[in-house]
Design a protein around this ligand. Structure first.
Ligand code: CTP
Length: 403
């Protein structure tokens, strides 16, 4: 990453995550960027302006009406100077103001005036983040082309656990780099990704499923899209919104996924199967809701095996095509993953020990080992987006080697 001479305006609003933005400024400066910090009045209650001034080596603007002690230009100067405008942390308040076009302090005024790409890193309590007003505001901003990163989930300062944690500074830096130095190394390639959990129906109100959230598959889809690929996502049940700018095929069961894969795998250069597929489905899908039988204390339901979609795709593998699977394991991780690599005719398998904290289903991070026929690469705890980039790097390397 190189940000030499790039002009970055960083808005810091009043949330506890403001302290993390100090590390963000350091990292951006280290990469050569010129960082100009605008703080809201509330932000200065959490971290002093002097901290940001020292780290950025630039004056920090805290109020529209302050005397231009160091910075002798009018308020739109930073709006014009910015090549990218980051707000981290972005509170529900600044998000709401931006959605409405309110300009009542230096930050909201400047961001309203800028023509630069804007990246928001929301951080707030889960209830505030999931509130209908915040979600509607975020949707509005996204529709206007405003970019967002996170929030992730985890332990929050208020003691709650859930969505609302600001993305890590390292990931925000990567997103800034992606905006300023877009890598289009997947341009011209078609990438098919499966994501989420299958649901195997028993009756109109019941099904068999698993904990997959779709986060890993969507991180891959977003990264591939940003790198210029034409992305198709075959998507089962997910707990996060489908990324913009990708073709989406919705499925419910493993049989639906099988059919969608067979119809679409033929013209794809890279196929990544991150969906968690049920190995079995109910032998019979009841048309009516199953009733409890009097006196029946033990119920036996018959399951039949689902097709192994990755294996079927492997059997149809076209020359030059790269097939990647995931292996979610709770024991004998590498041994089991290597067996799957061979059995499913994959070029790479991403092995996850789902028992490790920070890995596997429904979290924003992952720990994995990338296994190819040539060897193994261990990927330490990192965001799913960052792991997605590494998987795509490897996929491209394999694809180029096939040429
Ligand atoms: N997969 C698939 N079809 C299935 C089961 C799994 O395509 N019926 C794919 C998954 O999308 C994943 C890979 O195969 O990319 C490995 O999935 P996993 O559930 O770990 O392995 P299984 O083959 O189901 O083996 P087991 O359940 O015995 O661990």
């Amino acid at each position: 990453m190189n940000l030499t001479g790039r002009e970055i305006v960083l808005g810091v609003t009043g949330g506890i995550a403001a302290y993390k933005s100090a590390a963000l400024v350091s990292r951006l400066r280290h990469l050569g960027a010129n960082v100009h910090v605008i703080m809201t009045r509330n932000a200065t209650e959490f971290v002093s302006a002097l901290t940001f001034q020292t780290l950025s080596a630039n004056p920090v603007v805290t109020d529209t009406f302050q005397a231009p002690e160091y910075w002798n230009v009018e308020h739109v100067a930073l709006a014009k100077l910015a090549e990218v405008f980051v707000i981290a942390p972005a509170t529900a308040n600044i998000i709401a103001k931006m959605a409405c076009g309110i300009a009542d302090d230096m930050l909201s005024t400047t961001v309203l005036a800028t023509k630069a790409p804007v990246l928001l890193a929301p951080a707030m309590n889960t209830g505030m983040w999931t509130a209908a007003a915040t979600q509607e505001n975020i949707r509005k901003l996204k529709d206007r082309g405003i970019l967002t990163i996170g929030p992730g989930s985890g332990m929050l300062a208020c003691g709650d656990s859930g969505d609302g944690r600001m993305s890590e500074p390292e990931d925000i830096v990567k997103a800034v780099d992606g905006i300023l130095n877009p890598r289009k190394d997947l341009q011209g390639l078609r990438v098919l990704i499966t994501a989420g959990a299958t649901r195997e129906r028993l009756d109109p109100v019941r099904f068999l499923t698993n904990d997959s959230s779709g986060k890993m598959g969507f991180a891959l889809a977003e990264a591939a899209r940003d790198r210029g690929a034409e992305v198709t996502v075959i998507c089962g049940n997910v707990s996060v919104p489908v990324p913009d700018g990708v073709r989406t095929i919705r499925i419910e069961s493993a049989m639906d996924l099988y059919e969608a894969m067979m119809q679409n795998c033929g013209d794809q250069q890279i196929i990544i199967q991150a969906a968690a597929v049920a190995d079995y489905r109910f032998k019979e899908i009841r048309k009516e809701k199953m009733k409890k039988q009097a006196g029946e204390t033990c119920l036996t339901l018959e399951l039949v095996e689902n097709p192994d979609i990755a294996k079927a795709t492997g059997e149809r593998k076209l020359s030059g095509q790269i097939l990647i699977g995931f292996a979610a394991e709770t024991e004998h991780l590498l041994e089991n993953a290597e067996k799957k690599l061979a059995k499913k005719n994959l070029d790479m398998i991403v092995a996850n020990d789902v028992t490790r904290e920070g890995a596997g289903f429904n979290v924003d991070t992952n720990i994995a080992t990338l296994i190819t026929r040539e060897g193994q690469t261990e990927m330490p705890l990192q965001s799913k987006r960052s792991l997605a980039e590494a998987i795509l790097d490897k996929a491209l390397e394999l694809y180029s080697a096939e040429d």
